[in-house]
Structure formats: C-alpha cells, structure tokens
Design a protein around this ligand. Structure first.
Ligand SMILES: *[C@@H]1O[C@H](CO)[C@@H](O)[C@H](O)[C@H]1NC(C)=O
Ligand SMILES: *[C@@H]1O[C@H](CO)[C@@H](O)[C@H](O)[C@H]1NC(C)=O
Ligand SMILES: *[C@@H]1O[C@H](CO)[C@@H](O)[C@H](O)[C@H]1NC(C)=O
Ligand SMILES: *[C@@H]1O[C@H](CO)[C@@H](O)[C@H](O)[C@H]1NC(C)=O
Ligand SMILES: *[C@@H]1O[C@H](CO)[C@@H](O)[C@H](O)[C@H]1NC(C)=O
Length: 435
C-alpha cells in the first residue's frame, strides 16, 4: 500500500521500509577491518520479528524492558558467579542480542549474521542438522577448513559440561528454559577483509525450549577465549563501535577491529580489570551530572569492588542503562526537579519518570575518571509515536537481580564511538553520528 509504515518495534520510533523492501545498502560489502553494524530490528535484519509491529508503543516498551531484565539477570550471574568464564558461558546466554554484524565462515565462505556482545566470551553458531534452530545455519560439511576440536584440546576444558563424542568435544549449556548442545569446532572466519584461520566456536546441534537464539554469537568480551583474545596477533585486543540509533533505517554503524583507523581525538577513561569477572569491561564512574549540577550519589553506589562485582560496565546487549537503586533515585529526582516540580509524572512499565506533555530536558553527563560524557536527550528520552508520552529511559537495577552493577547500555551509547583499548587499559568515547 503506502511506501512506508511507521512501526514501533522495540519501543522506539523505528521507521522501517515497507514489508519486503530492503534498502540496497543491506547488501553493501564490508571493507578493511570495518564491519557494518545493524540493529536486530532494522529493515536489513532477517531476525526482525513480524509480530512486534502490531504492538502498541506501550506494549513494545514493556516487552523490551522484560528482555532487558533477562539480560541483567545474565550479567548478574556473571558478577555473582564463577571464577572462569568459559568459551560458551554456562547458565544463561543473552536473551536479546541487539546489534548484528555479518561474518563469513568456512571455505568457501558462508555468510551469517552474528550478534556482537561485549560482555560475553561465548562464540557459537547454529549448524546443519541442528534440532530446534532457525533456518539460517552454518553447514560444516560444505567447508573444507572445518575441524572438530578434539577432546584433549585445552579449549575443551573451558566449556561447560564437556563430553567426548566419537572424535570431538561436545558440551551442553542452559539458558533460561532452554538447553543447547554443541560441538566445539574450528573454522576459518572472515571479518570484513581480515581472515582468522582457526576460530574456535560452538557448533550448535540441538536447542530445546522457546528462548532459542536465532543467530550466532560473537563474544567481544575481554576474557581468555573471546574473539579478541583469539585474534590478539591481528587486532591486539582493540576494537571500537558506533551503534546506530534504533530509528535508523539503514545500517551505517560500524564495528572496527584492530588499532588501525581508530579515532585520535577521543577522551579516555581507565579500563578496570576484574580477574573473577574476566569478560566484563569495567570502568570507574565517579559521578553523574544532571544539567550542570553533580547529583549527590553515595560513593558506595558507584565504587568498583572486584570481590562483590560492584561497579560500572559498558555493555552492548542491554538496551536501557540501569543504575543501582541509590544512584538511580538520586539521578531521577534531580531530573524531575529540573524538568519542573509541578509537572505530572507517570510511569510506564519499569520507567517511573514519564510525562504526558512535552518537556524541556536537561542534559545528563556520566562522569568517569578522566572523561565526562554528556548525553543529548536522544540518548536518554524515548517518545511515543504521537509524542504524547516522554519517558526517562533509564531505570534502577531490579530487586531480583544482584543489584551491585551499573550498566551503561546501548541506547545511551548510540551515536558515539566507543573504543576498547585493552593493551593500554583504556576505554574511549567520542560523539560520532552513525545514525
Ligand atoms: C547433553 O544433551 C544431550 C541431548 O540433550 C544429552 O543426551 C547429553 O546427555 C547431555 N550431556 C551432558 C553432559 O549433560
Ligand atoms: C555433533 O554432536 C552431535 C551430538 O553430540 C553428534 O551426533 C554429531 O555427530 C556431532 N557433529 C560433528 C560434526 O561432530
Ligand atoms: C567488597 O565486597 C566484599 C564482598 O561483598 C566486601 O566484603 C568488602 O568489604 C568490599 N570492599 C570494599 C572496599 O568495600
Ligand atoms: C508549583 O505549584 C505551586 C502551587 O500550585 C505554585 O505555588 C508554584 O509557584 C509552582 N511552581 C512552579 C515552579 O511553577
Ligand atoms: C568533568 O566535570 C566535572 C564537573 O562538572 C569537572 O570538575 C571535571 O573537571 C570534568 N572532568 C573532565 C575530565 O573534564
């Protein structure tokens, strides 16, 4: 019928091309060490859920928040959990991969979309014959470079519940109500123009339960078996991304791997290492400003503690920033005061600061040691379709998860280049429009 439909998948004003109409840029090639990043619900994504377009704005916000909740539970399990984060982290895997990149795997190459996840070291792909996977699967038999990883290989000791199959190392993991069985495997991977000759990943053979992940997972965590650790010689554990706005119709975001071509003019803060939560990128957030005033937050709400896992991480898989309750309440109260004490505040799902009338918003600044990042309203306000409701798009860490972790999430990172420079122990942020 008409050429464009306004849809509100994922709760934000997403403008998609009409059904069946993919932008020509969907198939544009990657080049150099830059991979184009697309949102899972963008018009180029085969994983876009048709059902979400029938949801009202309110319903889709609630859905997105409940998916975030699962993500936070996953992060909390990392924080509370084990001393070694395995190749395919046990317990839960992220429920809601938000941003995808295109990866070519095998010889000759098969193109698959994989979800990038900065808080995970896991790497896996649905493989041929998989029971319960989606249709987009990797076919090991068609690749001349595919190898099962043998049982005696050191990597086999780092996966959860390993067992020896006929020749190869297999493992099981659970997530939510699902369980996944996979064979540990190696194959050549092509990332843009770069070739990784023997990338180790889980080849999924069986998924049970409903929460099955549709695409492969590209763990970019800082742990020992993540992509970054496996490609140290090529990329020196350095990468950056610019996440496009959720509304973006084309995908012009990018994942840039390696030290070459990274921005020179960028502000840095120190990356903190937590040996017992080795995949997470911790930073030292020391305060939050609303407008020009620094909010009064108890220092313990922000302090890094490697024993309890407390502190602040940058995460690409959570959509809305979560702060521990003491920090969130202080920021929210300051925000409400700046918007106007007489404005009527309502709530929507997990968001407790919504307005029915247009508001004049202050800026919000995350203050890290050595680096202040001032967000524009696009990074922290969401508006309903007709502009009738505006909500502060942050929330307190829910009570039912280990509430010690502050998570700087993807909506707050959009249209910034975020640079992870592990050898120099620093994380950089610079504003960049990659809409
Ligand atoms: C893994 O899952 C398969 C199939 O569900 C099952 O037969 C096998 O016993 C499981 N292995 C382990 C180690 O749990
Ligand atoms: C993968 O594992 C399944 C179940 O453990 C097994 O039947 C299959 O042969 C394995 N595939 C490969 C390529 O090793
Ligand atoms: C860090 O957390 C542990 C465990 O919760 C606690 O015992 C310790 O006192 C904390 N350290 C600091 C400096 O707060
Ligand atoms: C808020 O409302 C009260 C009572 O209606 C009024 O006295 C006050 O001036 C208002 N404050 C602002 C900032 O508008
Ligand atoms: C960040 O902002 C604070 C307060 O506004 C200021 O005192 C501090 O110097 C700034 N830090 C940097 C690194 O610019």
């Amino acid at each position: 019928m008409n050429s464009f439909l306004l849809l509100f998948s994922l709760g934000l004003l997403l403008v998609f091309a009409a059904e069946g109409r993919r932008s020509p840029s969907c198939d544009a090639p990657d080049s150099g060490s830059d991979l184009r990043v697309l949102h899972v619900s963008s018009p180029c994504s085969p994983f876009r859920q048709p059902s979400t377009k029938h949801l009202s704005w309110e319903e889709s916000v609630l859905q997105m928040q409940s998916e975030d909740q699962a993500r936070l539970q996953y992060l909390a399990s990392l924080v509370a959990g084990k001393s070694v984060v395995p190749l395919a982290s046990g317990r839960q895997i992220l429920q809601t991969p938000t941003y995808l990149v295109r990866v070519k795997i095998g010889t000759p190459p098969q193109t698959l979309l994989m979800a990038m996840d900065t808080s995970n070291d896991a790497a896996w792909l649905p493989c041929t014959g998989c029971v319960g996977c989606s249709s987009s699967v990797f076919a090991p038999a068609k690749s001349t470079t595919f190898r099962p990883v043998p049982c005696h290989a050191p990597q086999c000791k780092q996966v959860p519940n390993p067992t020896c199959g006929l020749r190869s190392c297999s493992f099981n993991m659970t997530y939510g109500t699902s369980s996944i069985a996979a064979n540990l495997s190696q194959d050549a991977v092509k990332l843009a123009a770069d070739v990784v000759p023997a990338y180790t990943f889980g080849c999924i053979s069986k998924v049970t339960g409903k929460s099955a992940p549709a695409q492969g997972l590209l763990g970019l965590g800082r742990g020992p078996l993540s992509l970054m650790s496996q490609t140290y010689g090529l990329y020196q554990s350095t990468f950056s991304y610019c996440l496009p706005n959720f509304r973006s119709r084309d995908f012009s975001g990018s994942l840039r791997l390696g030290p070459i071509g990274q921005p020179k003019r960028i502000k840095y803060t120190q990356l903190l290492r937590n040996p017992s939560r080795s995949s997470l990128y911790y930073v030292n957030m020391i305060g939050i400003r609303v407008g020009r005033r620094v909010v009064d937050i108890p220092p313990t709400a922000l302090a890094f503690n490697s024993t309890s896992g407390a502190g602040t991480i940058f995460d690409s898989g959570t959509v809305f920033t979560r702060l521990v309750p003491a920090a969130y309440e202080a920021v929210r109260d300051a925000f409400r005061r700046r918007v106007g004490v007489n404005k009527t505040v309502s709530s929507l799902g997990g968001f407790d600061t919504c307005y029915a009338d247009p508001v004049v918003s202050p800026t919000i600044t995350f203050m890290f040691r050595g680096m202040n990042v001032t967000l524009v309203p696009e990074n922290f306000l969401i508006h309903s379709r007709v502009g009738k409701i505006t909500c502060l798009a942050m929330a307190a860490t829910p009570d039912n998860v280990n509430s010690v972790l502050n998570v700087i999430a993807s909506m707050q990172q959009q249209n910034h280049r975020v640079l992870f420079d592990v050898p120099n122990s620093r994380l950089g942020v610079a504003r960049e429009l990659c809409t």
